[in-house]
Design a protein around this ligand. Structure first.
Ligand SMILES: NC(=O)c1ccc[n+]([C@@H]2O[C@H](COP(=O)([O-])OP(=O)(O)OC[C@H]3O[C@@H](n4cnc5c(N)ncnc54)[C@H](OP(=O)(O)O)[C@@H]3O)[C@@H](O)[C@H]2O)c1
Length: 282
């Protein structure tokens, strides 16, 4: 099997490349910055430079590829998924695995972009698997600055719960979806083992870091002002606010058993992630 991995310099794509290397594969990676990829993988992968915004560069990278891992970020996901699926179909790729989002099923925030991307891929006629993780545990690294400075996490999520998933579980499911064709035509919504409120996750980080950390609920408007101060573009701000609202209203609390079904073990608990990353909060 010949694999093309996009997003190979990012969190999930790099994990998948690592797993493929461990299995003795030599994947092709599609990256914007060859030096960044070379620093990470040396000569153990074939590096193709391009940009998902430029479908021609992707088409060239797809020659001779059997399975494509598609990782698209940002508000142009729909157009880029559509172009990638067309290029993959034209190149004779047999299977496209898209890193999507569980929020696609709720049409919340960035999930709405993924939902439209999934539709475009279905229309292309290529065989697909949509890996749909809920929120990543690693998102909690975004709380590190306020935890370090003030011992506090602020968010407009109220008492709402979400079952954050460990990145290693996303990597494991994605790698298996890519290397076995077992899940063709399926959506794989994947979550951590339990839905937790932000206050509960804050407490677990405090326990791992060995210091008191408290949760302070804020309004959507306060969050919007904070993100504006941090120079986030308006579409990203509104996508985040929409996710926070969905969490607060209990719409993203779903727990699935797909990590267990696909990988054959229980998903990793938030406590473990907090222990692995405790230094980031001290
Ligand atoms: N965070 C969450 O809670 C969550 C939940 C559900 C789903 N998701 C989805 O997960 C995905 C993000 O995964 P991740 O955390 O692994 O991403 P990440 O760490 O932010 O990495 C993004 C990767 O995409 C590459 N990239 C960005 N723009 C590109 C372009 N125009 N052409 C080619 N490559 C490009 C980046 O390359 P460079 O190194 O060149 O920047 C990088 O390798 C998104 O689709 C997101 O919606 C996230």
């Amino acid at each position: 099997m010949n694999y093309l991995i996009t997003g190979a310099t990012g969190q999930i794509g790099s994990g998948v490349v690592k797993c493929l290397l461990e299995r003795g594969e030599r994947p092709r990676v599609f990256v914007r910055d060859a030096e960044k990829a070379r620093a990470r993988y040396g000569d153990r992968v074939d590096i193709i430079t391009g940009d998902l915004a430029d479908a021609k560069s992707l088409a060239a990278a797809l020659r001779g590829i059997d399975a494509l891992l598609l990782i698209n970020v940002g508000h142009e996901i729909e157009a880029r998924d559509e172009a990638a699926a067309r290029a993959a179909k034209a190149a004779g790729v047999k299977h496209l695995v898209k890193l999507s989002s569980m929020d696609a099923q709720q049409n919340a925030g960035t999930g709405a972009w993924h939902a439209r991307g999934e539709s475009a891929i279905r229309v292309s006629g290529i065989a697909f698997t949509f890996v749909q993780p809920g929120g990543f545990m690693s998102n909690a690294l975004g709380w590190a600055a306020s935890i370090k400075a003030e011992g506090v996490v602020r968010s407009p999520t109220g008492d709402g719960r979400i079952a954050f998933i460990h990145p290693d579980d996303i990597v494991a499911v994605t790698t298996l979806a890519l290397t076995t064709q077992k899940y063709e035509g399926e959506m794989l919504p994947i979550s951590g083992p339990e839905a937790l409120s932000y206050a509960e996750m804050t407490e677990k980080i405090g326990a791992a870091a060995g210091k008191p950390v408290k949760f302070e609920p804020i309004s959507e408007e306060q969050e919007r002002q904070q993100m504006t101060k941090e120079d986030e573009p308006p579409e990203i701000i509104e996508a985040h606010i929409s996710i926070y609202r969905a969490i607060r209203e209990g719409r993203l609390a779903r727990v699935t058993d797909n990590v267990n079904r696909v990988v054959g073990r229980k998903p990793i608990r938030f406590e473990q992630w907090a222990q692995e990353n405790a230094a980031a909060f001290c």
